[in-house]
Design a protein around this ligand. Structure first.
Ligand code: ATP
Length: 138
């Protein structure tokens, strides 16, 4: 079956119970789970693809500003199914366009949006290695 990497971001951790309930409703199985406190360097490495974007500094500060919960979610079409459950990146847009989505319910704004989801199976493999690989440094 396909797998994806879900992350409950620092703003979502205080609502972890309700987010875990929403994850259960996707039908995906939680195959791995851990908490982590990312350093600035860890967050920069994780979001390396966004270096140079205007929101990069804010994103790194946010992601290293509190603990995150990383998960491996497994099931048919896991990548698309989890991103569908998340809704649009911007929490306000999610509230307007996908009111049942996780970001609509638990996100704050465009950066603090409660959860992350891998955007492809290849990205999922990299991100799961970042948190769960034997060489993980976070
Ligand atoms: P994620 O990768 O976290 O699942 P995503 O794929 O929906 O989210 P990306 O475009 O990969 O969004 O951006 C990564 C993260 O950077 C977003 O989740 C959000 O926290 C932040 N971000 C993205 N775009 C913006 C923006 N225009 N303004 C502020 N923050 C942003």
């Amino acid at each position: 079956a396909e797998r994806t990497c879900a992350i409950v971001k620092p703003d979502g951790v205080e609502r972890l119970g309700r987010i875990m309930h929403a994850i259960g409703e996707t039908g995906l199985a939680v195959a791995s789970l851990r908490m982590a406190q990312l350093t600035r360097g860890d967050a920069e490495a994780f979001y390396g693809g966004h270096v140079g974007k205007p929101f990069f500094g804010r994103l790194v500060e946010f992601m290293s500003g509190g603990r995150v919960v990383a998960m491996e979610l497994v099931g048919p079409g896991a990548v698309a199914r989890w991103r569908q459950a998340l809704g649009p990146t911007d929490s306000e847009q999610a509230r307007a366009e996908a009111p049942e989505s996780i970001r609509a319910a638990f996100g704050t704004d465009g950066t603090m949006n409660a959860c992350h989801g891998s955007d492809s199976p290849a990205a999922a493999a990299e991100e799961l290695n970042f948190f769960f690989g034997s060489g993980s440094t976070v």
